[in-house]
Write a new protein. Structure first.
Length: 209
């Protein structure tokens, strides 16, 4: 029997994950059956179950993949000295992640932002998925905290605010931007970058004295 290449295995896994992402984004997790995933991915049950035991495992794999991509993007920036400005950094990482998902669509619109909102909703009832999300977001927050520390060390960000507070705020901005995309449609990441840059340019009264 001919040995299946790793590239083939990776492509098949990608096919399954993308098919599941479309189904989950379109109908939500509970209204999606494994049969729906098989149909969307155009694969047999045996082909899919070789990789994933069911919906729960599919959901977890999708979440881990996305959070891994986000974390890797910020980790790369954390190794710079100093890191890129926050507005540039957030927009570049989001743009990169969105670009990897742009071929996955529902009714002609990107499925990824809708999928993100579905994941957040599911974590309210699924403790295992919530744990995956907490771990992933915790890793991103830790990286962002180090990035903020680098800004403060370089003198490009005020030092009287705890780095973790800034990290949580930047994450909230990115998450809110994705939620807006899910609700109102695609928007270039440059919009977020412009807004952050404008906010960063404000000065409080003490600064102007």
């Amino acid at each position: 029997m001919a040995r299946v290449s790793q590239a083939h295995l990776d492509a098949r896994r990608r096919q399954i994950l993308d098919g599941a992402a479309v189904c989950f984004a379109r109908n939500g997790f509970h209204a999606t059956s494994m049969q729906d995933v098989l149909k969307e991915a155009d694969l047999s049950a045996g082909a899919v179950y070789r990789y994933f035991s069911g919906k729960e495992e599919l959901i977890g794999a999708i979440v881990e993949e996305v959070l891994g991509q986000v974390h890797d993007g910020f980790e790369e920036a954390a190794r710079s000295s100093p890191p890129p400005p926050p507005d540039v950094l957030v927009a570049s990482v989001l743009s990169r992640v969105l670009a990897t998902k742009e071929s996955v669509t529902v009714d002609g619109r990107p499925a990824f932002p809708r999928l993100v909102v579905q994941v957040w909703t599911e974590t309210l009832r699924n403790e295992e998925l919530a744990a995956v999300l907490r771990e992933g977001y915790g890793a991103v927050r830790e990286t962002w905290t180090r990035i903020v520390g680098a800004y403060q060390d370089a003198g490009t960000m005020r030092s009287d605010v705890p780095p973790e507070h800034v990290a949580r705020t930047m994450m909230a901005a990115a998450m809110g931007f994705l939620a807006q995309q899910a609700l109102f449609g695609p928007t270039p990441a440059e919009v977020l970058s412009d807004g952050l840059r404008a906010l960063m340019s404000t000065r409080d009264e003490a600064d102007t004295r």
